[in-house]
Design a protein around this ligand. Sequence first.
Ligand code: B12
Length: 264
Amino acid sequence: MDNLPEEVQELMEALDEAAEDEDEDLVEELAQKLLDTGVDMKPVALEKLALLVMDGEEEMSVGWTRAALKFGLDPFEILLKGLAEGMGLIGKKYENGEAFVPQLLIASTAMYSGMEIIAPFMKQDENSCTKPATVVIGTVEGDVHDIGKSLVKTLLSANGFNCVDLGNDVPSTQFIEAAKENRATAVSMSTLMTTTMAEMPKVVKMLENEGLRDKVMVMVGGAPITTQYAAEIGADVSPHDAASAATWLKGAIFDFPSETERWG
Ligand code: B12
C-alpha cells in the first residue's frame, strides 16, 4: 500500500478519518474519489480490511467495508479475502505471543461489524440448491469460537440452504433435538479446539442410537479437524472451508433421499 500514488494515500487517510467518525456520506464520497483516480482499489481494500480487522478497528472496518462495496467487490470476496483474512493475521500474532485474548475479541467484533454491512448484499448464488433442505449448524459444547461456523452458515444460506443456527457452546443433545424438530438434511458442527473435538463423535453416536444417522448427513470442520478424523468418527465429510462445505452439500444432496422419504 506504501507504493500507491500520494493522492490515493491522502484520500485513504481521509477515508480512515471519515470511517472513524462514522460519517457514512463522507465515506461514500471519498470512496468515489478513490475510484475516480483510476487506481484498482479492489486489492487495496481487501488488504486494508484484513489489517483493520487484525487491529480490531471496528468503525474503520465498517467504513472500509462500505468502501469495498463501492469499489465493486463481491460481498463474499470481502468476507473471505478481507475480513476473515484479518482473523487469520491476528491468529498468527496470538500464536507468536504478540497478541492476547482481548485483542482476539476486539478483532472478532470488527469482523462481525463488517459482516453486518455486507449481509444485505449477499445474494443467493445462481447455482443454488433447488431441493428444500435444512441444515442444523453450531459450534460444539465447550467451544465459543463461532466465526468459522458463521462463515459456513453464510455460505450455506447463499447456496439456498435453510440454516438453523444453534450458536456456540451447543450441547450434543441440542443438535439431536434440532435435527428432529426441523427434519434436517444435515448437521454441521464446528470446533477450533483439540479439547472439544470429542464432542463431535458424541453427536454422531447419539444420532445412531436414536436411529437418525441415515436421515441426516454430518459435516464437521474447524482448524483441528482432518478428513481422517471425520472418517474415524463416522461423519460424512470434512470440507476444508466454508465455500467447499456449500459445494459439497449441493452435490451430495442429489443422491440423498428426499425429506419425506427420510422423515415420513
Ligand atoms: C478469534 C479467536 C478466539 C476468540 C473467538 C471469538 C469468536 N467470536 O469466535 C476468543 C477470544 C473468544 C477466543 C477464546 C479462546 N481461544 Co481462541 N482463537 C481465536 C483465533 C485467533 C481465530 C479463530 C478464528 O475465528 N479464525 C477465523 C475463522 C474464519 O476460521 P475457522 O474458525 O478455522 O473457520 C474456517 C475453517 O476451519 C472452516 N470451518 C470452520 N467450521 C467449520 C465447519 C464445517 C462443517 C466445515 C466444513 C468447515 C468449517 O471454515 C472456515 C474457513 O472458511 C484462533 C487461532 C487460529 N489461528 O485459528 C484461536 C484458537 C482457536 N483459540 C485457542 C484457545 C486456546 C482459546 C482459549 C482457550 C484461550 C483462553 N486462554 O481463554 C479461549 C477458548 C474459550 C472457549 N471455551 O471456547 C487455540 C486453540 C488451541 C487448540 N488447538 O485447542 C487457538 C488455535 C489459538 C492457539 N494457537 O493457541 N479465541
